[in-house]
Ligand binder design. Sequence first.
Ligand SMILES: O=C(O)C[C@@H](Cc1ccccc1)C(=O)SCC(=O)c1ccccc1
Ligand SMILES: [Zn+2]
Length: 168
Amino acid sequence: AILDVLSFPDERLRTVAKPVDNVNDEIKQLVSDMFETMKDEKGIGLAATQVDRHVQVVVMDVSEEQNEPRVFINPEITRKEGATISEEGCLSVPGNYAKVERAEAITVKALDANGDSFELEAEGLLAICIQHELDHLKGVLFIDYLSPLKRQRIRKKLEKEARLAARA
Ligand SMILES: O=C(O)C[C@@H](Cc1ccccc1)C(=O)SCC(=O)c1ccccc1
Ligand SMILES: [Zn+2]
């Protein structure tokens, strides 16, 4: 099923997700719904927090052909190296983009969709996306790295759009 994606400044986006203790059918259904939602929203990543499910589950596909789906359950970054700045967007902050500094290369440890543990070394867009999604699980949005003034401008713009949409 396609799930509703929460939009900033919805406070539920600030919830810290809980670890998954058993990759059961419910979690597998959530993973499937998150992939469907991510594709519908034309994203390359999605965190469970964004669909108001506060468990440590992330789905992603950064490939051109959108045929390299990845699942990260209870992910943690165990190594960060270098620094790189890139323009980020977010399905929960629609229509707003900003430069964000992230680690250039990372190692992430997680469980896959079958509940098996794996470790992945990533760089480039994959590393950026993983860091962006893991922030979501901690209730952190990319706009939190901007100045308070810029963040407030984005909040005002999205609140106005929400008001206009409600009237339409
Ligand atoms: O809101 C999300 O978590 C999805 C978000 C993840 C993301 C990936 C890479 C950089 C920033 C954020 C998106 O999918 S944004 C939309 C998108 O497809 C995209 C954004 C930037 C670069 C490449 C793709
Ligand atoms: Zn996002």
